[in-house]
Ligand binder design. Structure first.
Ligand SMILES: Cc1ncc(COP(=O)(O)O)c(C=O)c1O
Length: 400
């Protein structure tokens, strides 16, 4: 019998981290590689936030904190939900964790029993199915094709619900597609959920602030207040304030669930980093200029990437509403052979040949549960994006 836990057999390491690692290794070996795999803003954390962290260190705020967050931060999170989402929460309904990732993980660990199903619209953020599996549940991926804008429709949701469904994981704007649900689209889904009172909603609003054109962000409990008692609204500072390394995420929902999540945290990480919590407090309560500035830069990059990818033969790239990803279909490339002699049998072969022949690192669609496609993270400079997209165009022109 293996020394390792049997539950680990059910999960795989994160493929997006694997692509970033491979690209970094090639770069370190002197290869000319452009990495479009990383899911983090390329901007630096705003100065006021860094200053707040330094002040926290100097003030000795370097000790254990309450398990699921300092009261000041919990209060600021309640104010944020009220101000930006029209949602009323009290500090007892708030949990702060080590990144959005741990917050989501805590929620799944706190609620799933063997056999419980979790509906995950695909393409999905790579961690959802594996987190569900680690927590002992069963992920139920629902394919949302390009034709529906990579979005779940009410009919698809209705068909996926069974008596064993515990959660719907709802991520808008989405990683990996950038798709954002309008209020009407979301209302269609919440109407279905109203008919199934045993299904809870786990929202992932991590990209709330990265929305473009006139898109209006909405979250389920805001659109349908009757779902408030069975919704966990998750968010974080990582993407909104370029704070991926600080590891602060948070959630708000029913007190019983928040207490259960705290129990898990108390026996695993004890509390999120004290200094990062003070930094997150400044992020939520200090000047918000960074959000608007980064939005302008990301929208410009989105337009650049979508335009250039749509000029590559065999690629169709929809225009996403938000986040910093595009998810082009490569249906028109499948079955062809690259200039380097690789048969493009699937999107993994495409991504591998693209990296080896042109030095552009992207993540293949199968990692996100919907093929044939790939994900581009455009959180990098305009110059790098232009060069990468030119290489992708050349690669596609070379397919025979
Ligand atoms: C959709 C989505 N949810 C959650 C996370 C995790 O965020 P954090 O860095 O705060 O753990 C990510 C990060 O890539 C993400 O893309």
């Amino acid at each position: 019998m293996s020394f390792l836990s049997a539950s680990l057999d059910r999960v795989k390491p994160s493929p997006t981290i694997a692509v970033t690692t491979k690209a970094n290794e090639l770069k370190a070996a002197g290869k000319d590689v452009i990495g479009l795999g990383a899911g983090e803003p390329d901007f630096d954390t705003p100065q006021n936030i860094k200053d707040a962290a330094k002040a926290a260190i100097d003030a000795g705020k370097t000790k254990y904190t309450p398990v699921d967050g300092i009261p000041e931060l919990k209060r600021a999170i309640c104010d944020k939900f009220k101000r930006e989402n029209g949602l009323n929460y009290t500090p007892a309904q708030v949990s702060v964790g080590t990144g959005g990732k741990q917050t989501l993980y805590n929620a799944l660990m706190a609620t799933l029993n063997p056999g419980d199903e979790v509906i995950i619209p695909a393409p999905y953020w790579v961690s959802y199915p594996d987190m569900v599996l680690l927590a002992g549940g069963e992920p139920v991926a629902v394919a949302c094709p390009m034709e529906t804008g990579y979005k779940l429709t009410p009919e698809m949701l209705e068909a996926a619900i069974t008596p064993k469904t515990k959660w719907l994981i709802f991520n808008s704007p989405s990683n990996p597609t950038g798709a954002g649900y309008s209020r009407d689209e979301l209302k269609g889904l919440t109407d279905v959920l109203l008919r199934h009172p045993h299904v809870w909603v786990l929202t992932d609003d991590m990209y709330e602030h990265l929305v473009f054109d006139d898109f209006e962000f909405c979250t389920p409990a805001q659109v349908e207040p009757r779902l408030y008692d069975r919704t966990l609204t998750c968010n974080g500072v990582s993407k909104a304030y370029a704070m991926t390394g600080w590891r602060i995420g948070y959630a708000a929902g029913p007190v019983e669930l928040i207490r259960a999540m705290g129990k898990i945290q108390s026996q695993s990480t004890s509390n999120p980093c004290s200094i990062s919590q003070w930094a997150a407090l400044e992020a939520l309560t200090g000047p918000q200029d960074y959000i608007a500035e980064s939005r302008v830069a990301f929208q410009r990059r989105r337009d650049l990437v979508v335009g250039m990818l749509n000029e590559a033969p065999g690629i169709t790239c929809p225009v996403p509403e938000g986040a910093f990803y595009v998810y082009p279909s490569i249906a028109g490339c499948i079955g062809k052979t690259s200039a380097g002699g690789t048969v493009i049998a699937d999107d993994e072969a495409f991504a591998t040949a693209l990296l080896e022949e042109t030095g552009v690192a992207v993540v293949f669609g199968a990692a996100f549960g919907l093929s044939p496609a790939f994900r581009v993270s455009y959180a990098t400079s305009d110059a790098a994006l232009t060069e990468a997209c030119t290489r992708i165009q050349t690669f596609c022109k070379g397919l025979k």
